[in-house]
Design a protein around this ligand. Sequence first.
Ligand code: HEC
Length: 117
Amino acid sequence: MAQLEHLKLWYAGKAKNWDLAAYELRQLTNSLAEAAIFYPAVPVSNVTTMKEPLLSIADAIAAGDDRKFAVSMRTLTEGCNACHGSMGRGFIAIAVPTGGQPPANQIFSPSGTRRKK
Ligand code: HEC
């Protein structure tokens, strides 16, 4: 779940679809919170480290700032990997998506009916 949300969040931000990005960010935040609740072995400190990049991404989305968005996404991704590493799951290596193609079965550009930022 976190992987798909991370991916979609990236493409939504790339497309400057800030409404969708805000939505995916909420989903991702919830997934991380759930992981912390359902896997007691996950150190809380690893979850709280994610808070700063998540807030930073929220700021970028609110401001429509794509540069800040990209920088914060990189920090967030480092956080994903830091936790995997500390939990013996370093082989689950997450990267900011590099391909130009978003998942092919969803439209990421903001629909014409919404206000533009
Ligand atoms: C607080 C710790 C922590 C953070 C933060 C974290 N993960 Fe994980 N993640 C885990 C653990 C632990 C597992 C392994 C779960 C298991 O083995 O049951 C895992 C597994 C995964 C997997 C493998 C699941 C699968 O079935 O393929 C993916 C993909 C993943 N995480 C993506 C992410 C992404 C993307 C982020 C950042 C947005 C992230 N994780 C942040 C702890 C974390």
